[in-house]
Design a protein around this ligand. Structure first.
Ligand code: SF4
Ligand code: SF4
Length: 446
């Protein structure tokens, strides 16, 4: 193998800690009660179609998209709607959710529950996009952007390449890795389906070189799938950022403030691509996903196939329970994830992993003054000045933050990871991005 491809600016090398990489996906038993939040996608929350006392089946539509940037929600279980109420979600907010008491597991009849792989793709581009929309598919890498919107380039823009993101560069997380190994063929069919939806002839699956088994497995299968190329990538964080992945795979640069379609690319995550296969070939809406539960103190690091709405605490129990010295439970990985306020929060479509950090790992060193070492600038993959951005955000100078391109920050946390003064740069950057985004949106409305 020659020099591995990667992005050019910045990047860090955190310890990989992929403790559950060799643990096969295990189906988690269905809980007694599920809590299905109505806001599971970027954009408008969905509108409930069911009410207290309604009987529902697994896969039944229970909420419709709340707007153009929105998505449907299907019942992950069969049973009776207990109530619609607010529940604490993984971001710590109380949000409306459909709470269902589980009774058996009766699926909607039209879903193909067999394990047969359906290889022939009969749907047209338009039919695929409609299926993806009906099935409530969103970006499952965590961004939760409704997939049908990504498959419909705006007027004047055309897709040239589809890039499947199999990088999984966040330390600890292994859900996508397992899907590539265990559902490889469905993933390739899903890739072909997405290529047809976008009317492109070239698809890439980018995988970091720390997953040689997945690279070998998919490369073998891809010989039978025309137009799909498996691209091994150098292990460097955040290789899985959309812009970094595009740069590495097709050597194109997405301009500041623009989307990948600007350079003819559409990026989809591995989990999302599998969900597309299931929706189009098996009539199965998105109501379950693979979630990694991991951590150095966890007795049984695992990859579970779980129904959406399952309380996170039940996944942790199945992985051996919360170890005594747990300092923090993170939704996602250690670089971009956020601490959970409660393990009662449910799994949602964007939940890729749960990380239990020991007290010693979770402990934040006291913040010191910046020593102007410029390490944060050196590692920023977006070419930003994290110190400056965090400082102006802290001071509330959002005009300056906008001028200094805070909206280009991909919240990768590389700056914070590298800062010798232990400044919580990412916290300030998230705050600044949030406020600046609000200001830009209200200005655009005028
Ligand atoms: S979090 Fe933002 S500012 Fe910090 S390194 Fe990543 S992209 Fe750059
Ligand atoms: S890495 Fe930390 S100490 Fe160094 S310049 Fe950036 S904020 Fe300052």
């Amino acid at each position: 193998m020659g020099l591995l491809k990667t992005f050019k600016i910045g990047g860090v090398h955190p310890a990989e800690n992929k403790l559950s990489a060799q643990v096969p996906i295990e189906v988690l038993p269905i809980p007694k009660k599920v809590f299905v939040p109505l806001g599971q996608n970027l954009g408008a929350p969905s509108k409930a179609l069911v009410k207290k006392g309604d009987e529902v089946k697994t896969g039944q539509l229970i909420a419709t998209a709340g707007g153009f940037i929105g998505s449907n929600i299907h019942s992950p279980v069969s049973g009776k709607v207990f109530k619609i109420d607010v529940v604490l979600d993984s971001s710590g907010f109380r949000r409306p959710a459909v709470i269902i008491n589980v009774d058996g597991d009766e699926w909607m009849e039209e879903i193909d529950r067999s394990s047969d792989i359906v290889r022939e793709i009969n749907a047209t581009s338009e039919e695929i996009i409609n299926k993806v929309k009906d099935a409530g598919i969103v970006g499952m890498g965590g961004a939760t952007f409704p997939t049908q919107v990504k498959l419909t380039p705006p007027p004047g823009k055309t897709a040239e390449f589809l890039i499947i993101n199999g990088v999984e560069c966040e330390p600890y997380l292994t859900a996508d890795h397992r899907v590539m190994l265990e559902r490889g063929e469905e993933l390739l069919i899903g890739t072909h389906i997405l290529m047809r939806a976008l009317k492109v002839t070239k698809g890439f699956i980018g995988i970091e070189n720390n997953k040689p088994d997945a690279i070998a497995h998919l490369s073998g299968l891809a010989k039978d799938y025309k137009g799909i190329e498996i691209v091994p990538l150098k292990v460097k964080y955040p290789q899985g950022g959309e812009k970094q992945l595009i740069k590495a795979v097709v050597n194109r640069e997405v301009p500041s403030g623009k989307l990948p379609i600007e350079v003819g690319c559409v990026v989809q995550n591995v989990g999302t691509t599998l969900a597309v296969y299931e929706a189009v070939q098996k009539n199965k809406p998105l109501f379950e996903r693979v979630v990694t539960v991991t951590g150095k103190g966890v007795s049984k690091p695992s990859n579970f196939l779980v129904r959406i709405g399952t309380p996170i605490g039940e996944l942790i129990e199945a992985a051996g329970g919360i170890p005594d010295d747990t300092g923090k439970v993170i939704g996602g990985g250690p670089m971009m994830g956020k601490a959970l306020l409660s393990v009662d929060a449910p799994v949602v479509k964007g939940t890729s992993g749960i990380l239990l950090m020991r007290k010693a790992e979770a402990h934040r060193k006291p913040e010191q003054s910046c020593i102007r070492c410029s390490k944060c600038t050196y590692v920023c993959p977006m070419g930003l000045e994290p110190y400056l951005l965090s400082r102006v955000s802290k001071l509330g100078n959002f005009e300056m933050a906008e001028k200094e391109r805070i909206m280009d920050c991909i919240e990768c946390g590389s700056c914070q990871y590298t800062c010798p003064a232990a400044i919580p740069l990412l916290d300030y950057l998230r705050l600044g991005k949030n406020k600046t985004g609000q200001i830009i949106r209200s200005r655009n409305k005028k």
